[in-house]
Design a protein around this ligand. Structure first.
Ligand code: FES
Length: 182
């Protein structure tokens, strides 16, 4: 009801009959005429601004997506070259009649001190890959998984293993215990 009375108010009727009547050509007060000339529009500037916005958007998108993509697809690992010789520890770590396993490049190597004589062989059993140990009472390298036995230089004594243990070289330099490829 309030709308109807407002619509028929004298002020609104005056506006419709007077001022608005003269503007019935489709133009908007204070604006540009419809279908008027576009001479004043700087299309080159608009085009540049549009490209700048797209460029900034691309940079923001790239900086956001890069860590995500990097996380999902990690870069290839740098190839680490194997060393021919590594100081793995101190000679005192392998006293007489003991054995100790060291990391040598990607391999596990057991250093055995059999009555003062040092030997080094792969610590990975050739049967199914368990780690071996030195049995000082039997003076042999033993695999607890299925009972394989090897000499201190990796030769087969008994058990299910198909191959001897791979040999390595070991020496002492000062206090250093050094393993190298055989
Ligand atoms: S893994 Fe060593 S004996 Fe089977």
């Amino acid at each position: 009801m309030a709308q109807n009375s407002n619509f028929k108010s004298p002020k609104r009727l005056d506006a419709l009959e007077g001022g608005a009547a003269g503007q019935s050509s489709g133009s908007v007060a204070g604006g540009k005429a419809r279908g008027g000339s576009l001479d004043g529009v700087d299309f080159e500037r608009r085009s540049f601004l549009g490209k700048a916005v797209v460029g900034v958007g691309a940079v923001v998108a790239a900086s956001t997506l890069y860590p995500v993509v990097n996380y999902i697809i990690p870069p290839p690992e740098k190839e680490v070259k194997d060393k021919d010789e590594i100081v793995v520890g101190k000679a005192s770590e392998v006293p007489a009649d003991s054995g100790k396993i060291y990391q040598f490049n990607k391999d596990k190597v057991i250093v055995v001190n059999n009555g003062g004589t040092l030997t080094a062989v792969s610590a990975v059993c050739t049967h199914l890959g368990c780690l071996v140990q030195w049995k000082s009472d039997e003076k042999n390298i033993y695999c607890a998984c299925h009972g394989a036995r090897y000499t201190d230089n990796g030769q087969i004594i008994s058990g299910p293993q198909p191959l001897p243990l791979a040999p390595y070289s070991v020496r002492v330099d000062g206090d250093d215990l050094i393993i190298s490829k055989a």
